[in-house]
Design a protein around this ligand. Sequence first.
Ligand SMILES: [Fe+2]
Ligand SMILES: [Fe+2]
Length: 324
Amino acid sequence: MVEELVQNGRARECDTSRVSVFEGMARLVTRLRTIFDDVRCESVNGILSRRVGFLAEDLIDLVDRDPDAAFASIHLNLHHGYIVLHSMMAGVVAYRLALASSFGLKERIALVCAALTHDLGLLRIEDLVSGSESLDSQQRKIVKQHVENSIQILIRYGIDDPFWLTAVRDHHEFLDGSGYTGKVGDDLSVEARIMALADSYSAMLRPRPYRERVFASHALEDLYANHLDRYDAPLLESLIWDFGFQPPGSVLRLFNREMAVAVRNTPGILDRPVVASLTDAQGRPYGEPVFRDANDPKYGVCEVLDPAMYARAGHLIERCWNIN
Ligand SMILES: [Fe+2]
Ligand SMILES: [Fe+2]
């Protein structure tokens, strides 16, 4: 019955405080997927704004408890589809950028709500966006329509918060006018700028049928080197310093050939995260994650691997953020 009340948005799930941040985030992904399933079937139980609002508040609680574990949980999640994981990651990133921008709590919650729902308009055309073929001009037009469709869905379910709606409406707009409708600079609110950056970065980190996953360092390099005029520069710098070049959950080959996972960004150093080794040089899993000294050159990062590689030592992953 409690589960039904939570799903209907009539009660707040209260057990995320009793589980690890890593596990708590995985539970939130499942809740968001249920909301998406309801929207897709046009049979939303309860009040959508409350269901999304409670989810946003739970996400904020977990990110506040441990932002690295929250990021890693989504980064390493291989069990759900693109739209749900992309939206959750956008929520984590947007929240951290909102904190750096000194937004008040009400605005931070509304921004996370926007991030969780910004691509609702893609749900009905998921097959189209998940196809391996490149899109023709007619299909691209349909995909572009998803922003307006997201807004229409939110309004239909009674969401009228202008902050939430603006962030969704402008998530494909860029400062240089190269976005969907060509809005530029001053037309774009801070919440819209945060959403656009959180959206682009989160999209790059997930693989698509037509392209490989883009590693975080390449994603940040691309945003910084090629698209600096698109994004708000202080926000982009804040993103880079917050998560680093190998953000939490990045699976790495160290110079001593161990496979390791990035656990935390080292403050002030972009490319030397705190790492925990999961396997020895021959690929045999350790009994416990082995934390390595990031300052010792033999534990430096030799190569970034696909996160799917961690499956061999999957039982160790969650412990990397629970040993403190
Ligand atoms: Fe979008
Ligand atoms: Fe998106």
